[in-house]
Ligand binder design. Structure first.
Ligand code: PLP
Ligand code: COI
Length: 339
């Protein structure tokens, strides 16, 4: 334990002491079970394995300046997981059960919450999948809900230093009437080829366009997109992107800072008009973007000319981090303090 290098943690799997499980069977969810095993004993015909009946969430707990641990907007994740469950016909996890599992996951693994000031946090990963056996394409009758946690550093290795993104047209992560707006594993499998190629070609991630016209920005592999133009915070309106809780929070903070919020289509060419561009999400937090390269045309859009994040992105980042770490007042009731 003493040897954890909190300041240099990657965003990756980290074994902690306990995880939580609840089983849905015969029409009801079981009491939460505390487990010390990293493994799940699973039927080989589970629908989660064959037909992608699976959803997950990602949220974080932060050590505050006051020594209190804060979980950020947990109910929003619980509600989104219910929407994901509906989208692939899984049994929904009741909000109380979701909360209980998150709170227990953090409480039982308290010693893994990174200290204040390290820039790291405790990542909480709830998963839900069909565990009942089926071979025909139909929803399972049994489900497993599990929550594990682990300390993490920044998702993109650049952290709050600007990163590069690559626009791709030869892959889509989701279809407009498909599952892009819910957090199911299949979307991430579909995004892998574009993202891994972007990494190989020197980019932090791929930036996907709308699947029909390939005209508008959709989102980055693991994060929403925003651009700053003058006093406007502009973010894509699209049916195939994940409704990001971070983005929703940033919109509110930007509005409170006197900015105008625009949720609308963003044509690729408009990238030339932005003062600042960023990717945002629980894992990505705010990742400022210094360069976007269109893989097909080779056209480049550059930002952060001085090598640093722009002033608006920095202000938003500080404000969000402040609320999460207790250095700014939580006027919206976004944090839950673990007693
Ligand atoms: N978009 C995708 C595809 C994601 O996986 C995530 C991560 O959850 C986000 C956006 C950001 O969402 P949130 O801010 O709720 O973490
Ligand atoms: C998150 O931001 O929590 C995510 O789930 C993104 C990624 C790790 C898939």
């Amino acid at each position: 334990m003493n040897t954890i290098d909190w300041k240099n943690l990657p965003f990756g799997y980290f074994k902690t002491d306990y995880n939580l499980r609840s089983y849905y069977k015969d029409g009801k969810w079981s009491e939460l079970e505390v487990s010390t095993s990293e493994y799940i004993n699973l039927h080989m015909a589970a629908t989660g394995l064959h037909y992608g009946q699976e959803a997950f969430e990602g949220l974080k707990a932060f050590m505050g300046i006051d020594g209190k641990i804060r979980v950020f907007r947990m109910d929003e994740n619980g509600i989104r997981m219910q929407n994901s469950a509906k989208g692939v016909m899984m049994e929904e996890v009741p909000l109380d059960l979701f909360r209980e599992a998150v709170i227990k996951g953090v409480t039982l693994n308290k010693k893994y919450v990174p200290p204040y000031g390290t820039g790291a946090s405790l990542y909480i990963r709830p998963i839900l999948f069909g565990s009942g056996a089926e071979v025909g394409v139909k929803p399972a009758k049994e489900y497993l809900f599990c929550v594990f946690v682990g300390p993490v550093g920044p998702y993109f290795k650049e952290g709050f230093n600007p990163c590069k993104m690559q626009i791709v047209r030869d892959y889509d992560r989701a279809a407009p009437l498909g599952t892009g707006n819910i957090k199911v594993g299949g979307n991430y499998a579909a995004s892998l080829r574009a993202i891994m190629r972007a990494h190989d070609e020197g980019f932090a991630s791929a930036l996907f366009l709308d699947a029909i016209e390939k005209k508008y920005i959709d989102e980055a592999g693991p994060a929403n997109f925003f651009g700053i133009k003058g006093n406007s915070y502009i973010t894509p309106k699209s049916d195939s992107i994940l409704p990001s809780i971070t983005n929703k929070s940033l919109c509110i903070l930007a509005e409170e800072m006197g900015m105008t919020i625009e949720r609308r289509h963003i044509p690729v060419e408009e990238l030339a008009e932005f003062d600042e561009v960023g990717a945002c999400g629980t894992a990505a937090v705010i990742s400022p973007v210094c360069k976007i390269v269109d893989r097909d045309s080779g056209k480049e859009y550059t930002y952060c000319k001085n090598g640093k994040a722009g002033t608006v992105s920095t202000k938003l980042y500080e404000k969000l981090k402040g609320i999460q770490e207790g250095t700014e007042p939580d006027t919206h009731g976004w944090t839950y303090i673990i007693e």
